[in-house]
Write a protein that binds this ligand. Structure first.
Ligand code: BES
Ligand code: MN
Ligand code: ZN
Length: 500
C-alpha cells in the first residue's frame, strides 16, 4: 500500500515520470483551483477537443511536453450533483489506477472538486487518499521474476488541497482502516501451504500489541470443550484445527461485548465429498470470514473504538484422508445436538455451529454476527457484489443496513422460517448438514446455523462467498481478495450500533 502526503501546493519534482490527477464532472469544466490555474489553458483545450465526456470512472491521459510535470490524468465524476462520499473515494482509486497504468513515479492528486459537488474540502481530500490507498494494494511477494518495466513505479502520492493539515488529520483514521483491509486481503491471498490454522493463529497473535487479548485453543482444548462438530471437519488434515478467541474492550466497563464469528476453512477440498479439480484452487479463500473478523478487530483496536467486541474464528483444513470424516458420520456438537454429516463439503456450517455456541456460552454477547464464504448458492442468488444477510432480529438488520448504506458494501436480507428449517431434520440424528434437494441452499445453510443460536440472542449471518473475492478490478479493489466487510463492520460498531 502506498503512503500518502497532503500538501497545499503541487510538488516541485521535475521528474519526467510524474503527473497531476484532477477530477472533472460531465460538464467538462475544470474545478476552481489555484494550483490548476497555470495548466488551465492546456487542459481546457484538451477537454474541448477530445472525446472525453466526464462520465464516472472515465480517464483521459494527456501529455504536455511544455509543462512540468508532463502528465495529466483527468478522471470523470459523472453528474456533479449525484457525487456522494463513496464516489469521491472511487475517484481517488481511479486516479491511482491510471497513474499505475501510466507507470508514473510520482503523482499529485488535486483534490479540488467541480462546481455542484457537495463535499467539504478536507473530508474529500482524505477520502480521495483513502481510495488511492485501497486501490494501490498488491499481493506480489511471490513474484521474483517480474520484469522491471512491469513493476509499479509509483513512489510518491500527494493529495493537494488548501485544507492539507485538516485532511492529514482525518486521513489517520482512514489509513488505519486501509491497513486493516490490506491485512485481511493478505490473509485471504496467502496460499494454503503458507496460511493454515497454526500460521493463521500466529497472525492473530500479532494483534496483542494493539491491546487485543488473543487466546489460541488447540485440539486438546477443543476436545475438552466438546467441539466435535468442528473437529470432525479438520480430522482428515495433517494440520491441527485451532479456534482463536480475540477480545478488545474499548467500550464501557462491564458492558456486554458484541461477538463476531468467522469461518476459517484454510482450504476446502470438499473432503471425501470432494470438489471437482477445476477451480478448486479458489478454495484458499474459504477463510475469508475469519480474515474479515480479524481485520475488523485490528481496525477497531488501532482506532481505539469505544466498543467491546470479541472475535471467535474456527480454523480448519477440509481434506480427504484415511482419517477423514465420511458422508453419513454422526457427530455430537458442543451444544449437545447430534448432526448427520451427509456431505463433507458442507463443512463451514459445522465449524461455525460450534463457534457460535461457544461464543454465546462464554461471553453472553449483546448480539452476534457471523461471516462465512458459506454457499455457492449465494453467488447464484446475489452475484458477486452483494452479500446475503440472514437474521432473527429486525433491529440488528436495520443497523447493518445503515452501515451498509454508508460504506456501499451491499447486503440483502433473505427469508428464514420453519418451512426451510424442517428441510434439515435428519432421519437418525437431530440435524443433517444438507437438505435433500438443491432448493434454497443458502437459506438452509443459515437455518443450520440458527440451530446453534438461542432465540433471545440477536444474530445475523453474512454469506460472503460471492463478495470476498473479485475476478476483475473495481475502483477500490485490484483483482483478487476484497477484504469485504471490514469497513461495514467497523462502521457499524463505531457509528450505527446502539447497545441493547
Ligand atoms: N466453501 C464452499 C462455498 C463456496 C462455493 C464458496 C463456491 C465460494 C464459491 C462451501 O464449503 C461449500 O462447499 N458449500 C457447498 C454446500 C453444498 C454441499 C450443500 C456448495 O455451495 O456447493
Ligand atoms: Mn465446502
Ligand atoms: Zn467451504
Amino acid at each position: 500500500m502506498i503512503s500518502l502526503s497532503f500538501a497545499p501546493a503541487l510538488s516541485k519534482s521535475k521528474a519526467a515520470a510524474s503527473g497531476i490527477a484532477l477530477f472533472v464532472a460531465d460538464d467538462k469544466r475544470l474545478p476552481a483551483s489555484d494550483v490548476l490555474a497555470p495548466h488551465a489553458r492546456f487542459l481546457n483545450h484538451a477537454l474541448a477537443n477530445s472525446g472525453f465526456t466526464g462520465k464516472k470512472g472515465e480517464t483521459l491521459s494527456l501529455v504536455n511536453p511544455e509543462s512540468s510535470p508532463t502528465y495529466y490524468l483527468v478522471i470523470g465524476l459523472g453528474a456533479a450533483r449525484s457525487v456522494k462520499e463513496i464516489h469521491i473515494e472511487e475517484a481517488g482509486g481511479h486516479a491511482l489506477a491510471a497513474a499505475l497504468a501510466a507507470k508514473l513515479a510520482g503523482l499529485d492528486i488535486v483534490a479540488a472538486l467541480p462546481k455542484g459537488v457537495r463535499a467539504e474540502a478536507a473530508d474529500a481530500a482524505a477520502r480521495i487518499g483513502f481510495g488511492a490507498q485501497l486501490r494501490s494494494y498488491r499481493f506480489d511477494k511471490y513474484k521474483t521474476k517480474e520484469k522491471e518495466e512491469d513493476k509499479p513505479k509509483l513512489a510518491r502520492v500527494a493529495i493537494v488541497t488548501p485544507a492539507s493539515a485538516k485532511a492529514q488529520k482525518l486521513a489517520e483514521k482512514f489509513t488505519v482502516l486501509a491497513e486493516s483491509i490490506a491485512f485481511t486481503r493478505d490473509l485471504v491471498s496467502e496460499p494454503a501451504n503458507v496460511l493454515y490454522p497454526e500460521s493463521f493463529a500466529a497472525e492473530c497473535r500479532k494483534l496483542s500489541k494493539l491491546g487485543v487479548k488473543v487466546e489460541v485453543l488447540g485440539v486438546a482444548e477443543l476436545k475438552k470443550l466438546g467441539m466435535h462438530m468442528l473437529l470432525g471437519v479438520g480430522q482428515g488434515s495433517v494440520k491441527d484445527s485451532q479456534v482463536v478467541v480475540m477480545q478488545y474492550y474499548g467500550g464501557r466497563k462491564g458492558a456486554k461485548p458484541v461477538a463476531l464469528v468467522g469461518k476459517g476453512v484454510c482450504f476446502d477440498t470438499g473432503g471425501i465429498s470432494i470438489k471437482p479439480a477445476n477451480g478448486m484452487e479458489e478454495m484458499k479463500f474459504d477463510m475469508g470470514g475469519a480474515a474479515t473478523v480479524t481485520g475488523t478487530i485490528r481496525a477497531l483496536a488501532a482506532r481505539h473504538a469505544k466498543v467491546n467486541v470479541i472475535g471467535v474464528i474456527g480454523l480448519v483444513e477440509n481434506m480427504p484422508d484415511g482419517n477423514a470424516q465420511r458422508p453419513g458420520d454422526v457427530v455430537t456438537s458442543m451444544s449437545g445436538q447430534t448432526v448427520e454429516v451427509l456431505n463433507t463439503d458442507a463443512e463451514g456450517r459445522l465449524v461455525l455451529g460450534d463457534c457460535l455456541w461457544y461464543a454465546v456460552e462464554r461471553f453472553q454477547p449483546q448480539c452476534i454476527v457471523d461471516l462465512a464464504t458459506l454457499t455457492g448458492a449465494i453467488l447464484v442468488a446475489l452475484g458477486s457484489t452483494t452479500a446475503g444477510l440472514f437474521s432473527n432480529n429486525d433491529k440488528l438488520c436495520a443497523e447493518l443496513n445503515r452501515a451498509s448504506a454508508h460504506t456501499q458494501e451491499k447486503i440483502w436480507r433473505l427469508p428464514m422460517g420453519p418451512e426451510f428449517d424442517e428441510m434439515i431434520n435428519s432421519d437418525i440424528a437431530d440435524i443433517q448438514n444438507i437438505s435433500n434437494g438443491r432448493e434454497a441452499g443458502s437459506i438452509t445453510a443459515a437455518q443450520f446455523l440458527q440451530r446453534f443460536i438461542k432465540d433471545e440472542t440477536p444474530w445475523a449471518h453474512l454469506d460472503i462467498a460471492g463478495t470476498a473475492w473479485t475476478k476483475k478490478a473495481t475502483a477500490l479493489t485490484p483483482k483478487g481478495a476484497v477484504g469485504w466487510g471490514v469497513r461495514l463492520l467497523t462502521e457499524w460498531l463505531e457509528n450505527d450500533h446502539k447497545a441493547a
